[in-house]
Design a protein around this ligand. Structure first.
Ligand code: ASP
Ligand code: MG
Length: 496
């Protein structure tokens, strides 16, 4: 790195991300403004779409292929919901009409893509990704205007103008740091606030590519890495990471500190509090990821959970038990499948070629269990059947399952954790289908029938954490989004 780059790379700003859960009701933006003011220094803001807008666009995509009138409906709904926000926050009528006219222009851009889809009668994937990026494009436009109206000098920059590049994979792209780092760092070097729509970057061919559902967290961490930020602050409406889903367990404790690995595994296995890939760019530059609860903030900006390099081994080792229902098993059975060379390469190669993401693989001598997103299961089955592998006697799927994971530093070193967890589960006669320990240093996970999921989580939590924790510091208030946001799976639910 040249001396010049070093300087550019060390502006030490904070990247602050506000998600859809901070943008549910139009009144929520008051809290957002207050948080921005508390920083009292120039920050880089990354925003999600207003709550529900991405889902609305996904539904709209499918509708416009069939119906032309759906285009106007989508347009009107988007203008209306954003206009209501503008009207609440921008009182001056001249500025207000200016912002509304910018909003309309941006929605007209979107309209062109929707018309294209309607004419074609199908949705090319590059157009789908572009369309779905409009939720963030609209929220950033509106929020930039609101902040400026309040004398909080904020410049909006779109990822394409900033030079945030990806590997080009549609729907679920990875940020390409070699291509992005310098441009992003230079683009954000000024002494003012910036606001950037999250959720997408540009392919090397300059096409919009989405970063997966919930991808604005990942955008924030990626930008933080590019500018070597002081921290990535994720504002949520839940009290940080918890020892279990508050809907299933009465007294989950709040986790104040996690390592990057722990947070990544928890997110990957179902805790929807942050996009699982958020922690990769942060870890690359050892940037702390701090979680804040917008409903519970202090002027000292005290984070609830801090994710970083520093870890600790908890008294019970396990810090959290989590689950995901977005797993299905593709089972390949046959004597010796586990030791015959080449099978795995063929299978994984074909699945990847079909764009199917393999979430995990657990093998034995006679069975290869491939864990996929549920949405990919049928397609996966067809792909493997089409290979006609002679050593595989049966290919089947298992659908109604739940994956349960227990996560904590030290989990593999301390004997007896798996026994305790499985003991708690078997005490309720729950059958464990498959178990994996050792694939990750900080997680053990296993598969059970979905209908047993609640009982399993409760009994494991009870066995490990006992009755109410004394160190509960923040009672969960708004529990809605802890698990019940969208799926982070690659599948975006539209047909391409
Ligand atoms: N708006 C996008 C989604 O709903 C991205 C995000 O929320 O981070 O998935
Ligand atoms: Mg979100």
């Amino acid at each position: 790195m040249t001396q010049n780059n070093k300087e550019i790379n060390s502006h030490g700003k904070i990247v602050v991300k506000f998600g859809g859960s901070n943008l549910k009701k139009k009144e929520d933006i008051f809290s957002l403004i207050r948080a921005v003011e508390f920083y009292n220094q120039p920050i880089v803001i990354v925003v999600s779409a207003l709550y529900g807008v991405t889902d609305q666009l996904i539904n709209g995509l499918n509708k416009v292929t069939l119906s032309e009138s759906a285009i106007c409906r989508i347009k009107d709904e988007l203008i209306e919901s954003h206009r209501q926000v503008i009207e609440l926050y921008i009182k001056d009528s001249t500025s207000r009409s200016k912002v509304i006219s910018h909003l309309e222009q941006r929605v007209e851009e979107l309209e062109k893509y929707l018309r294209g889809i309607h004419c074609l009668g199908e949705i090319p994937e590059f157009v789908a990704d572009r369309v779905l990026s409009y939720g963030e494009r609209l929220s950033s436009l509106v929020l930039a205007a609101i902040l400026n109206e309040r004398q909080i000098d904020t410049k909006e920059i779109l990822p394409e103008d900033l030079g945030l590049f990806t590997n080009g994979e549609y729907r679920n792209a990875t940020v390409d740091f070699a291509l992005s780092e310098q441009a992003v760092s230079q683009g954000l070097a000024g002494n003012q606030n910036y606001i950037i729509p999250g959720f997408y970057g540009l392919s090397p061919q300059s096409k919009v590519t989405l970063l997966g559902r919930g991808g604005s967290d990942y955008t924030a961490a990626a930008i933080a890495r590019c500018i070597n930020a002081q921290s990535v602050d994720l504002w949520k409406d839940v009290p940080g990471f918890l020892s279990a889903d508050p809907k299933l367990v009465d007294n989950p404790s709040v986790i104040h500190q996690l390592t990057y690995n722990e947070a990544a595994e928890l997110s990957y296995f179902g805790a929807r509090i942050a996009h699982p890939r958020t922690f990769e760019p942060a870890e690359a530059k050892q940037i702390p990821v701090r979680l804040f609860n917008i409903n519970d903030f202090t002027p000292q900006l005290e984070p609830i959970t801090v994710i970083g390099k520093q870890g600790y081994i908890a008294e019970h080792i396990v810090k959290s038990v989590t689950f995901s229902d977005d797993f299905g098993v593709l089972k390949l059975q046959g004597a010796g499948v586990g030791i015959k060379p080449g099978i795995m390469a063929k299978v994984t190669g074909s699945l990847t070629q079909e764009g199917i993401n393999i979430k995990s693989i657990i093998t034995s001598q006679t069975t290869i269990n491939i864990l996929l997103s549920r949405a990919d299961l049928e397609n996966g089955l067809q792909v493997v059947n089409a290979l006609g592998l002679s050593t595989v006697h049966q290919v089947s799927t298992q659908q109604d399952i739940s994956l349960i994971a227990v996560v904590g530093e030290g989990i593999l070193e301390k004997p007896g954790i798996a026994a305790r967890v499985l003991g708690a589960v078997s005490a309720h006669d729950i059958n464990v289908w498959t178990i994996s320990a050792g694939a990750s240093n900080v997680a053990i996970y296993f598969i059970i029938d979905r209908q047993e999921q609640e009982t399993a989580i409760r009994s494991i939590h009870e066995a490990l954490f006992g009755s109410p924790q004394v160190h509960v510091s923040v009672a969960p208030q708004n529990q809605e989004d802890y698990y019940n946001d969208h799926s982070y799976a690659g599948s975006l639910g539209y047909v391409v």
